[in-house]
Write a protein that binds this ligand. Structure first.
Ligand code: SF4
Length: 320
């Protein structure tokens, strides 16, 4: 029977937009602690999820999905929660030195949307809340972390513990372009405030700092001041690291939003994922100057994904 009335109109309506469909999976792991290089300030990393829905255009961790034979874009839509993280962590902690530094959230955000449903990060924090004398840091750009303030306070009571909130820019429009589904900068600053008020040591990292986009002295200064005012005690930033898998997303993004910067980025990154020494030195001096202006210390966890990557073959090998 032919469709009539509203049914016909509906069937003939042009598509305005199809929303992204995110799929969540559970992936078995052999281990939850991944070893880093001995020269790093932390010895182990923990990433409760593979993939991250926040979809930052510069995200270096997209390569982790390539290792699973997926496209870099799948990194945002196919999210894998690691199975039994608490059980694994309890077992593995008993085998490592209590003074070893452990960083949570170096590859993917531990407070991405999946955490609301699957609580893998919370499970891990519950284990640390029963530990004594551990050295633990956590990196996130999500204000969901305030959900766990009680737990974080418990960890901080008996362990050396600090949180790093990533805020690349205070410019809301720019943040929306760069980090389409991450919480607004204002919400992240508010999380800094609430953590500091609760007595948790918290710092802000403007990572990664992007040439010609977020590396201006004025905008970094404004961010450092706002961070200090919110209660942050550290501020540490490093330059963008752009592997080929990240370039596949970042270059088309530049072409769309910052076409004038594309030739410069191609020249800077096509031969190497790292920026040259000259730019790094200028940027490091700028960050140091700003930090000193506001009495902030350097970050507890340096932004060096290039080093985290080299020793994170086990990011993939931990699949059972
Ligand atoms: S929040 Fe971190 S892991 Fe997630 S997409 Fe952004 S940069 Fe990647």
């Amino acid at each position: 029977m032919p469709l009539v009335g509203i049914a016909r109109l509906a069937s003939e309506s042009p598509l305005l937009e199809a929303k992204r469909a995110v799929q969540y999976f559970e992936i078995p792991s052999r281990s939850i602690l991944n070893r880093t290089k001995p020269s790093m300030p932390f010895r182990w990393t923990i990433n409760p999820y593979r993939g991250c829905e926040f979809g930052c255009k510069y995200c270096y961790a997209r390569y982790t999905h390539e290792f699973m034979e997926m496209e870099p874009a799948d990194f945002e839509d196919k999210i894998y929660a690691k199975a039994s993280p608490a059980h694994l962590l309890r077992q593995e902690l008993s085998k490592i030195d209590r003074r070893d530094g452990i960083a949570i959230g170096t590859a993917t955000d531990p407070y991405q949307p999946a955490e609301r449903r699957y609580g893998r990060t919370r499970e891990i924090l519950e284990v640390f809340a029963r530990e004594r004398g551990r050295h633990v840091g956590l990196i996130t750009k999500s204000d969901l972390i305030v959900r766990d303030i009680g737990l974080l306070k418990e960890i901080a009571r008996a362990n050396v513990f600090g949180v790093h909130i990533t805020i690349t820019t205070l410019d809301e429009k720019l943040a929306r372009l760069l980090e389409p589904r991450a919480p607004r900068p204002e919400l992240r600053l508010d999380a800094v405030r609430r953590l500091a008020e609760a007595g948790v040591v918290v710092g802000v990292n403007p990572n990664p700092i992007m040439p010609g986009i977020t590396d201006g002295e004025r905008s970094l200064d404004r961010l450092a001041k706002a961070s200090r005012d919110a209660g942050a005690v550290t501020f540490g930033g490093g330059p963008l690291f752009l592997m080929p898998s990240a370039q596949k997303v970042f270059f088309p993004f530049l072409e769309r939003e910052f076409p004038h910067l594309l030739p410069r980025y191609r020249a800077l990154y096509e031969k190497s994922a790292y920026l040259g020494r000259d730019y790094k030195d200028i940027l490091a001096a700028r960050v140091r100057r700003i930090r000193d202006r506001y009495g902030l210390a350097s970050g507890m966890i340096d932004y060096k994904p290039e080093i985290w990557i080299e020793e994170q073959g086990d990011l993939f090998a931990d699949i059972a």
